[in-house]
Design a protein around this ligand. Structure first.
Ligand code: NAP
Length: 495
C-alpha cells in the first residue's frame, strides 16, 4: 500500500504541517518485515513549546464555541474516519503489526469515541444547589481545563488517540499530542482527518518525537499545559504524575494491567478456554486488558487445557496483511527479549511449556519479531510472569482449589485494570466481582469495553476514566457561583 506522504513533515502545529526546527528525523519500520516505512520529524523542545503556544492561543476561541459547533467537527471526523477505514486499517497493520481484521475493528472503535463524545459535548450539565440562606443561590458550571498534553502508546495507535482527543475537544480543550515513536504514521493520518474537517488552527497539534522525555518535560514544566493525559506503562505514568504535581496539573493515567482470568468449577471449561485464547492473544498479547494469570479450578483443568492448547495451536502467525494470519509480530526486539526472559525464568522455577516457548524462525519470520503463541503450566507466584506484565503471547496457567484462595491470589498484585471470571453461578459471579480489586470485570465476557463505558484502572493501573460519561469529566473543571439575591446589606463570610 502507498505510505502517507510525509514530505511536508509530520509535526502539525497551528494548522500547518512542518518539519522539526532542528531538521532531525527518525525512521518508522514495519515489525513484520523490518522495512523502513518513512522518515518522521523528531520534535525538540522548541517545537513542543510552539505547539503548546498554538494550543494556548486557540483555547479561548474554541472554548467559547457552542457544544453543538464542537460536536459538528467531531461528527465530521467520525464520518471521514469511517470513509477511510480500510486505508487506516492497512496502515495500522503495516506500522504496528496486528492482523488486518483486528485493525479494522480498532478503526471502528476509534471512530466510536468521536461520535460518542460529539454527543456527550451536549450533555455537560451544571447544577443548582439549595443554600441555607434564603437570599442566596448556588450554581455549578463545568468549564474546559485548558491546554491538554496527551501521550499515547503504540499498541492501539488510533483508538488511544481518539479516546483522548474526542473528549478533550468536546469539552472545549485544546490539545498537543505525542504519539509513540513506533506508530507515528497512524497519528499523522488521524490529524489529517482533523485538518480536513476544518478543526481550527491550534486546536489540535501533533508532535512526533523519538526523545519522549523532551516532550514530557515540556508538558510538565510549561504552565500553559493544565492537564496531562497519558496511556502507557506504569513506570512512565508514575514519573509523569510526580512531575505534574509540581504545578498541580490535572492528570489522567491509563497504565499497565495484570489481569486475572478465573475459571470456576461450575463454568463450561471449553467455553472459558475459547475466551481465554481470544483475549490472551489479542494484539499478540500486547493489550493492557490481556490476562496475565489464568486461574483454573483443578476439577476442570484437563478439559480447559485441552481446548486452550487446541485453540492456541491453531493461531497462524505472520504478516497481518496476509489472508488467514491471526497473530502478528511483537512490536520490537525488546519485546522479544522480554518473552524469552519470562519463559526462561518460568522454566527455571519449574513451569512446563506445553506449547510454543520460543522465537519463531524461518523464511517467513526471520526479518520480523515473531514469538510462538505459548502456553505455560505449573506456574507459581515466584515466577516473573506471575508478577510482571508480559505484554506478549504467553498464557500462564495456575490451578486453584477454592474461591477464597483464588480471590486472594488474583488480588495479590499492584495492578488493577481488567479481570475476568467464568462461572454459571449468579451469586458467585456477583460475590467475586465485588471482591476483585480491579476496575473492570468481565463475567463470562472477554470484552467489557466500549466507547460508552468507563475504562480505567485502580491501584497502579491508573487514575481517571476514559469513555463513558466519565470520559469528558476528566477535561472539565468545576466552578461554583454563589449569588446573593437579597436587597439587604452583605452577609458575613463563613470562610
Ligand atoms: P511506554 O514506554 O510508557 O510509552 C507510552 C508512551 O509514553 C509513548 O508515547 C512513549 O514515547 C511515551 N513516553 C515514554 N517516556 C516518556 C516521558 N518521560 N515523557 C513523556 N512521554 C514518555 O509504554 P509502551 O511500552 O509503549 O506501552 C505499553 C504499556 O501501555 C503497557 O504497560 C500497557 O499496559 C499500557 N497500556 C495501557 C492502556 C490503558 O488504557 N490502561 C492501554 C494501552 C496500553 P516513545 O514511544 O517515544 O517511547
Amino acid at each position: 500500500m502507498a505510505m502517507p506522504d510525509t514530505g511536508a513533515g509530520t509535526l502539525y502545529i497551528d494548522g500547518k504541517w512542518r518539519h522539526a526546527a532542528a531538521g532531525r528525523t527518525f525512521p518508522v519500520t514495519n515489525p513484520a518485515t523490518s522495512e523502513v516505512l518513512a522518515q518522521i520529524s523528531a520534535a525538540e523542545t522548541q517545537d513542543v513549546r510552539e505547539a503548546v503556544a498554538a494550543a494556548e492561543s486557540a483555547f479561548p476561541g474554541w472554548a467559547a464555541r457552542t457544544a453543538y459547533e464542537r460536536a459538528g467537527y467531531l461528527h465530521e471526523a467520525h464520518r471521514l474516519m469511517l470513509e477511510r477505514a480500510e486505508d487506516l486499517a492497512r496502515l495500522m497493520t503495516t506500522e504496528q503489526g496486528k492482523p488486518l481484521r483486528t485493525a479494522r475493528i480498532e478503526v471502528q472503535y476509534a471512530a466510536d469515541f468521536l461520535i460518542w463524545f460529539a454527543e456527550e459535548a451536549k450533555r455537560v450539565y451544571g447544577q443548582t444547589i439549595p443554600s441555607s440562606r434564603a437570599d442566596q443561590r448556588f450554581m455549578v458550571l463545568h468549564q474546559p481545563v485548558g491546554v491538554v498534553g496527551a501521550v499515547t502508546p503504540w499498541n492501539y495507535p488510533i483508538s488511544m488517540l481518539t479516546r483522548k482527543i474526542g473528549p478533550a475537544l468536546a469539552a472545549g480543550c485544546t490539545v498537543v499530542l505525542k504519539p509513540a515513536q513506533q506508530t507515528p504514521l497512524c497519528a499523522v493520518e488521524v490529524f489529517r482527518i482533523l485538518h480536513e474537517v476544518g478543526v481550527p488552527a491550534g486546536v489540535v497539534n501533533l508532535v512526533t518525537a523519538d526523545r519522549a522525555r523532551i516532550v514530557g518535560d515540556e508538558f510538565l514544566s510549561n504552565p500553559a499545559v493544565r492537564k496531562l493525559t497519558f496511556t502507557g506503562s506504569t513506570e512512565v505514568g508514575k514519573r509523569l504524575a510526580e512531575g505534574a504535581a509540581r504545578q498541580i496539573k490535572r492528570v489522567s493515567l491509563e497504565l499497565g494491567g495484570h489481569a486475572p482470568f478465573i475459571v470456576f468449577p461450575d463454568a463450561d471449561p471449553a467455553h472459558a478456554a475459547r475466551g481465554a485464547a481470544l483475549v490472551k492473544f489479542l494484539n499478540t498479547g500486547q493489550a493492557c486488558i490481556c490476562p496475565n494469570r489464568i486461574y483454573v479450578h483443578r476439577s476442570v483443568a484437563d478439559r480447559f487445557l485441552e481446548v486452550l492448547r487446541d485453540r492456541v495451536g491453531r493461531l497462524k502467525a505472520g504478516n497481518g496483511l496476509e489472508e488467514g494470519v491471526t497473530i502478528g509480530p511483537l512490536i520490537d526486539e525488546g519485546a522479544l527479549a522480554k518473552m524469552d526472559e519470562h519463559v526462561t525464568d518460568a522454566i527455571g522455577k519449574g513451569a512446563t511449556v506445553t506449547l510454543g516457548g520460543e522465537r519463531l524462525t524461518g523464511e517467513k519470520y526471520d526479518a520480523g519479531t515473531f514469538f510462538a503463541p505459548t502456553v505455560l503450566t505449573d506456574v507459581t507466584p515466584e515466577m516473573l510472569i506471575y508478577r510482571e506484565e508480559t505484554f506478549g503471547p504467553i498464557a500462564p496457567v495456575v490451578l486453584f482449589d477454592d474461591e477464597d484462595e483464588v480471590i486472594k491470589m488474583a488480588n495479590d498484585t499492584n495492578y488493577g485494570l481488567a479481570s475476568y471470571i467464568y462461572t454459571n453461578d449468579l451469586s458467585r459471579a456477583l460475590r467475586v466481582s465485588e471482591a476483585l480489586r480491579f476496575a473492570m470485570v468481565g463475567i463470562n465476557d472477554i470484552n467489557p469495553t466500549s466507547a460508552a463505558a468507563p475504562f480505567g484502572g485502580v491501584k497502579e493501573s491508573g487514575l481517571g476514566r476514559e469513555g463513558g460519561q466519565e470520559g469528558i469529566a476528566e477535561y472539565l473543571d468545576t466552578k461554583l457561583i454563589g449569588i446573593s439575591i437579597g436587597q439587604a446589606g452583605p452577609v458575613a463570610p463563613r470562610g
